[in-house]
Design a protein around this ligand. Structure first.
Ligand code: HAM
Length: 419
């Protein structure tokens, strides 16, 4: 039975085939995301992987709606697997906003599902680091979020040579649009054309722009000038104070496809332009109000960083650490009569927090030792018959030094200490 197209199998390393993904690498990515989020004071939340279909059909925009994994559940409810986390976050923040001090700084690592056309960097399932700030309208929050995005990429060992944040503003595009077109109902249509400029043939974009009364060259000129709005200038100064300004470039070629963005928007790309976007986000000051049916009105902003492009990039730039199975201790059982005592020892060591392996069934001593080496064990232990009864003999596999102790003190024997 084959797995569905666009989905992934994650195996522990060493990987058995080129067509599978590394569970160890994914865990490393999650651990790094969590560590950086903690440094910035973000708290972890989660929500349901299935939501009412309506949560997405009214708020996210046509592109994502076309990619929904939706169905009717057995209770007759129209539902969908979550294609993104932001509507869930908006729903959750609105439901209990009184219980939290503003601004709320939350992160999540959801698995998301989009029925996309499969291509490099785009699958039908991915995991996404979401970091969002709710309840702060000052651009200081936008700068804080951008700093978190930059520090997250730096935490993987990437450098200014590896990635760039393209910083833009829906407000700038909004003003551009309204200076030339009074019909507000057409602005999202216009934003969609801008969003696709880099992926579509220029003639096609020019045709669509002309239909809305815009000339392609004036759009090109606006992007090329890239004059930062006062808001973007404050953000750039804030990032400069942290020494992070070199990672960011004002670039109105970015506008974001999702419908709900209202202000600053940005995307992270690899500097050589070989991959799809690593991350994207921005400010969405009206979404909480929309989703709560006008009950709660809070500004919000955030970004999502997917694991697919990130892992491809880290692999291509040689930034992934080597992953190999490893245990702290291998318990040798060379005499079956001592198996019961050995199991007691294994249990004692595991209770002390050590990772311990041992042969489940009788195995030749040389094979056991080979297995200890394969598992990169720091120590082997074995139950020995001493003069006064059973004891534990531990061998440091690096120094080959042996130490002996009563069974009760086995854990202390292996505690890291002076060599
Ligand atoms: P998004 O741009 O749709 O934004 O996705 C964010 C990132 O998730 C992308 O830059 C990409 O790395 C990854 N990604 C998206 N779709 C796929 C896919 N089909 N396969 C692999 N990776 C993918 C959002 O989802 C917003 N909700 C982010 C956000 C949070 N905005 C505010 N807060």
């Amino acid at each position: 039975m084959e797995r569905l197209p666009g989905f992934r199998d994650f195996y522990p390393e060493p990987l058995p085939h080129v067509d599978v993904w590394s569970a160890d690498a994914r865990q490393y990515v999650f651990d790094t995301w969590r560590a950086v989020a903690a440094r910035y004071g973000f708290r972890e939340y989660d929500g349901p992987p299935i939501e009412p279909l309506e949560l997405y059909t009214t708020k996210s925009g046509a592109e994502i709606v076309g990619q929904l994994y939706n169905f009717t559940d057995k209770g007759g409810r129209p539902v969908s697997l979550r294609p993104e986390m932001t509507p869930t976050l908006a729903r959750m923040a609105a439901a209990h906003e009184r219980n939290y001090k503003k601004p709320v700084k939350w992160f999540a690592i959801p698995q998301l599902f989009r029925y996309e056309r499969q291509q490099k960097g785009r699958l039908r399932e991915h995991c996404q680091f979401n970091a969002d700030i709710v309840g702060e309208s000052d651009v200081a929050a936008d700068a804080e979020l951008l700093a978190l995005l930059i520090d997250t990429l730096l935490a993987f060992g990437l450098t200014a040579q590896d990635f760039v944040i393209r910083l833009s503003s829906r407000k700038a595009w909004h003003d551009f649009f309204h200076q030339r077109c009074p019909d507000s109902s057409k602005d999202y249509e216009f934003f969609q054309i801008i969003d696709k400029l880099e992926r579509e043939a220029p003639e096609e974009s020019a045709r669509k722009l002309a239909a809305l009364g815009f000339a392609y060259p004036e759009v090109e000129e606006f992007i090329k000038a890239g004059a930062p709005t006062p808001e973007l200038q404050v953000i750039l100064q804030n990032l400069a104070a942290r020494g992070l300004e070199s990672f960011v470039r004002v670039d109105y070629g970015v506008i974001r496809g999702l419908a709900y963005y209202t202000g600053v928007v940005f995307e992270a790309f690899d500097a050589r332009g070989e991959f799809r976007a690593i991350a994207g986000g921005g400010r969405y000051d009206n979404l909480v109000k929309l989703i709560s049916g006008n009950k709660v009105d809070m500004p919000a902003l955030g970004f999502g960083m997917g694991d697919v492009v990130l892992l491809e990039l880290l692999k291509a730039r040689g930034r992934l650490p080597a992953f190999a199975p490893a245990v702290a201790v291998y318990c040798l059982i060379e005499e079956e009569a001592l198996r019961a005592a050995s199991l007691g020892l294994v249990q004692r060591l595991r209770a002390a927090g050590l990772s311990v392996e041992y042969p489940l069934t009788p195995l030749k001593p040389d094979k056991q030792f080979k297995r200890a080496l394969e598992l990169k064990a720091g120590h082997t232990v074995r139950v020995d018959r001493g003069e006064t009864g059973l004891q534990v003999r531990a061998r440091n596999l690096a120094t080959r030094a042996d130490r002996v102790a009563p069974l009760e003190s086995a854990a202390a024997l292996l505690a890291p200490g002076p060599r």
